[in-house]
Design a protein around this ligand. Structure first.
Ligand SMILES: NC(=O)c1ccc[n+]([C@@H]2O[C@H](COP(=O)([O-])OP(=O)(O)OC[C@H]3O[C@@H](n4cnc5c(N)ncnc54)[C@H](O)[C@@H]3O)[C@@H](O)[C@H]2O)c1
Length: 309
């Protein structure tokens, strides 16, 4: 199976490339403009890397040659950046996704897995987050991801695509040093002897899913005749305070874990975790990693690859 991974040099893409290599039977092509990921992150995965931009439709059409499925991960991923520059976010996340779908249509490629999000599309909702909730995006990032899902649905209805949107919760794991997400940010700070910043009382909850479980979900989506949105997470909400306690345990006595409290951030969702029953039933999605163990694997990777001591 020949797969084109957009944004394949990033955190999720690089892990997916190595997982698919291990599974065997996949030929991988990556397009990434290296704004955040780097070609070196996938060295050894066997993927053929094209440095290029998903806003370049002509390049996408060329890369579709012989492709069986697309995993679309490339995006302007930061909510705050999208609030500052909604036009740029629209160009990459909406026009870029539309380019991919139309390039696929021209090349006769009909299968796509699209990286989406529950939280940013739905806004403030009572957890558990599920696929039947009414969208209410509060940021341009969320609006763009919702728009992308609209086009996936349209290409399923109009052109017979198998178009799956996987709504990721908070993903963590190795190869995430360049990320600003909470686990990556906290481990970087612990390594550098810096305080962890906790907004509010630290009781806000999130659903943390380990990268290998998430990649399993992507692989399942690649092999089934399904379409539509699926929430991928663990189904469990963990507070920042609980997370820090686990990270302290994992880092061990050689590293001091200090925290500093700052006021609540305006607009921050307080409680979030997701209902994964649709993905379990239809995709055979089955997250296995226990958070403590996943944090330990992530910490080992951070220490081995980025420790200065
Ligand atoms: N990591 C998470 O917790 C999480 C949660 C929800 C959704 N997602 C979605 O998953 C996808 C992958 O996220 P990630 O965590 O691997 O992020 P990442 O930033 O590590 O990877 C994204 C990759 O896309 C590339 N890219 C950005 N703009 C591009 C463009 N115009 N053309 C080509 N390449 C471009 C970047 O260089 C980077 O390598 C994104 O769509 C993101 O919105 C991630």
């Amino acid at each position: 199976m020949k797969i084109l991974i957009t944004g394949g040099c990033g955190f999720i893409g690089a892990n997916l490339a190595f997982q698919l290599k291990q599974l065997g039977g996949y030929e991988l092509v990556i397009i990434d403009n290296e704004t955040l990921g780097k070609r070196e992150y996938v060295e050894g995965s066997g993927a053929k890397v094209h440095i290029g931009d998903i806003r370049d439709k002509d390049l996408l059409v060329k890369l579709m040659d012989g492709v069986d499925a697309v995993v679309h991960l490339a995006a302007d991923t930061r909510v705050m950046d999208s609030i500052e520059d909604p036009q740029f976010n629209f160009d990459v996340n909406v026009v870029g996704t539309f380019n991919i779908l139309t390039a696929m249509r021209e090349a006769g490629v009909k299968r796509i897995i699209n990286a989406s999000t529950g939280g940013a599309i739905l806004g403030e909702v009572e957890p558990p987050v599920n696929e039947d909730m009414l969208p209410n995006p509060l940021s341009p990032y969320g609006a763009a991801k919702l728009c992308a899902e609209g086009y996936l649905s349209a290409f399923t209805g109009s052109y017979g695509f198998n178009a799956v949107s996987l709504r990721f919760s908070n993903v963590y794991g190795p190869r995430s040093y360049h990320k600003g997400s909470v686990v990556a940010e906290f481990f970087k700070r612990i390594l550098n002897g810096e305080e962890l910043i906790v907004y509010g009382d630290g009781e806000q909850t999130r659903d943390y899913v380990y990268i290998d479980d998430l990649c399993d979900g992507i692989v399942q989506g690649l092999t089934r005749d399904v379409s539509g949105p699926y929430q991928l997470g663990t189904g469990r909400g963990i507070s920042i305070n609980q997370l820090i306690d686990m990270m302290r345990e994992v880092a061990g006595a050689d590293y001091k874990v200090l925290t500093r409290h700052e006021p609540d951030r305006a607009g921050e969702i307080l409680r979030s975790y997701c209902d994964i029953s649709k993905a379990q039933k239809t995709l055979g999605y089955d997250p296995k990693m226990v958070l403590e163990q996943g944090l330990s694997e992530t910490w080992d990777w951070f220490k081995t690859t980025h420790s200065t001591s």
